[in-house]
Write a protein that binds this ligand. Structure first.
Ligand code: SF4
Length: 334
């Protein structure tokens, strides 16, 4: 995997970990560790959409927050445009914050119900001291138009909009500061299926118009399929497979990816009988299974899977997989 910041890579993560201590008992001693993100190395290329997929609780949203430095990683490094963002002071980080934005899953709870749409969308402009009040309102009207909202509704409140329109407000807010990178954190999972496609198409149009780079986080491989250039599959804090979209869906290598694809809805109901999908729940990231975290649910698990962690290695053209079915190399860093 490309791990040195080169010009085509906007974000480069190297062995990033985010662990949370868990305390208990009268003396609040540490009784365990939640390994939300556990040694992720990944690059996001300029102008691409990298889909990040996994079940809820696998650490994908935490990874997004770590990239934005909303949370500090426990270890590892994050380069943004070649700069180590963990070494930057608050002041040095400020201009970079404008370039990195987030769209949240729930468009209702992420919008302040007591603020007008104009105020919500212009919040970042105010914080960063961009423009006069009139210029800011002009920009808000422009952005409302861009995302398919009516600019004359600038003084309305979030509850006066539908779910899909509220997500468009969230998207306009993310665009306000002309970012380069947007972390889309399950941006359509709270929306009706009929609205999901509209919002995804809007995001794709905006990407082309504003040369945006997306990390698109989702639990749903079928949602990610339409929008992504490449897809990374995450399981309990680790990337287990990464490939160009077509390659991943045509030739999934990791048993977890194969199970996720088998579990995805099929248009032909007769084929349901043949499908196996995933068995069992995602184990807790607090003291997860030893070795390959997937071994208790894996139909192909072998003895070594319980003891050691396979490395993420390239199998074929830009197709990376972390599984002992494709080689015996052990990842000593985990
Ligand atoms: Fe299954 Fe072993 Fe591969 Fe893990 S390493 S996915 S347990 S075969």
């Amino acid at each position: 995997m490309a791990q040195n910041g080169n010009a085509s890579e906007l974000v480069v993560l190297k062995k990033v970990k985010k662990h949370y201590p868990v305390t208990g008992g009268v003396f609040r001693r540490q009784v365990g560790t939640v390994k939300a993100v556990d040694g992720v190395s990944l690059a996001i290329r300029r102008g691409e959409t990298l889909g990040l997929v996994g079940e809820s609780g696998c650490g994908k949203s935490t990874l997004g927050r770590v990239i934005l430095r909303l949370e500090r990683p426990t270890s590892g490094s994050i380069l943004y445009d070649g700069r180590d963002i963990l070494a930057l002071s608050r002041d040095e980080m400020r201009p970079l914050r404008r370039k990195m934005q987030i769209i949240f899953q729930d468009p209702y709870s992420s919008l302040n119900p007591r603020q007008t749409v104009g105020r919500i969308i212009s919040e970042g402009l105010v914080i960063h001291g961009v423009g006069t009040p009139e210029e800011r309102m002009d920009r808000v009207r422009y952005l409302m138009n861009v995302v398919g909202l009516r600019p004359e509704h600038i003084n309305r409140y979030p509850h006066e909009f539908s779910g899909g329109q509220r997500q468009r407000i969230g998207i306009a807010r993310a665009l306000a500061l002309q970012p380069e990178l947007i972390i889309c954190d399950e941006p359509v999972s709270a929306l009706d299926v009929s609205i999901q496609a509209q919002v995804i198409n809007l995001l794709m149009d905006l990407q082309e118009e504003f040369q945006l780079t997306y990390l698109f986080v989702s639990h749903d491989l079928s949602v990610v399929r339409h929008i992504s250039d490449r897809v990374a599959v995450m399981y309990l804090g680790r990337i287990v497979e990464l490939a160009d979209k077509k390659e991943l869906y045509r030739n999934p290598l990791h048993p977890y990816t194969q199970a996720l694809l088998e579990a995805a809805p099929l248009p032909d109901p007769d084929r349901k009988k043949e499908r196996k999908g995933l068995t069992g729940d995602l184990p807790s990231p607090l003291n997860p299974p030893s070795g390959c975290h997937f071994h208790p649910r894996c139909p192909k698990a072998m003895e070594q899977c319980r003891k050691s962690v396979p490395v993420l290695k390239e199998k074929g053209d830009r197709h990376w997989v972390r599984c002992f079915l494709y080689g015996d190399e052990v990842d000593e860093s985990l």
